[in-house]
Design a protein around this ligand. Sequence first.
Ligand code: SAM
Ligand code: DTB
Ligand code: SF4
Length: 321
Amino acid sequence: MKQHSLEDIRALYHQPIFQLIDQARSVHQHHWHDNEVQLCKLLSIKTGGCSEDCSYCAQSAHHEAHLPAGKLMGCSEILPLAQEAKESGATRFCMGAAWKGIREDDPRFPSILQTVREVRSLGIEVCVTLGSLSQGAADQLKEAGLTAYNHNIDTSPEFYPNIVSTHSFEDRLRTIKHIQNAGISVCCGGIIGMGESEDDRLRMLEELLKFEPLPESIPINCLIPIEGTPLEEQPPVDVFDLVRMVATTRILFPRAKVRLSAGRSEMSREGQALCFYAGANSIFYGDRLLTADNPGECEDQKLLKDLNLVPLAPVPETALA
Ligand code: SAM
Ligand code: DTB
Ligand code: SF4
């Protein structure tokens, strides 16, 4: 496969924007049905009280206006919500926990495994994001039928210490290795708008290109500035910077789902349409992300309909087995 240097990535990103979008569109059309968008439903199964100090996060116990720690939701509470998500047209159910991480000997782990097994048996893709994972935990999640694990690198390795001090970029890579070793698809991307430079954004893509195998999905989040966090005053991301980021990601990762993630509530319909045109083919669907607002289902259904986009089918049962 062709190797891309940082210089190449910069050249891609900085070309005239219509040229960049044309190139991304052509890659997208070559690899995907260009009218399909995956709808993923998110659920926070354990909210708040997190030991980590990620400066963007509403769930960190380090910040002034942090959310109180909740308890882990049980399988019987989660299952009807997953069923509802499926009925509403979502083809992936993603569950997030505000944890530093989890090990296979944690007393809460069996409940997670049961939830993964049962949600999976609904015939919907299952993704979890639980923080760092030991190899044993990753292997057991695979066995339970997990489709993908979300663990973002969030930014460049150089900028990472500016946003988190309680774990390192290398810790993130170690967990990703465990997921890959277990044979689980990796969902990994980042956030733009935290005060990082353009080069930090591109360095993040360069790091993702080193993954073996490459990420199956790449969430591009725009920072949602949360009151009471150190990043509360960050200015919004310029929509054309986001479009450039989406298009560059599409070109570099032709087979990945590029997920237009946090921040859509603050985006115009036109801005989102341009992101779909430039190669984004997945969204979080439903009026809530983990703790923050997201456009409601009606609004998204209308947007998809107006753009003649249709939901992407889940990967077939046989491919998940
Ligand atoms: N605790 C786990 C972890 O850190 O991997 C899982 C949950 S964490 C909330 C998942 C991801 O959500 C983060 O890596 C980050 O990319 C994204 N995220 C969290 N807060 C955000 C915010 N305010 N704006 C945009 N993205 C955010
Ligand atoms: C990802 O990259 N974005 C989602 C999902 N993975 C877990 C989370 C976005 C969180 C936005 C802030 C909140 O809801 O608290
Ligand atoms: Fe905790 Fe994840 Fe939020 Fe960091 S991003 S504070 S690890 S929930």
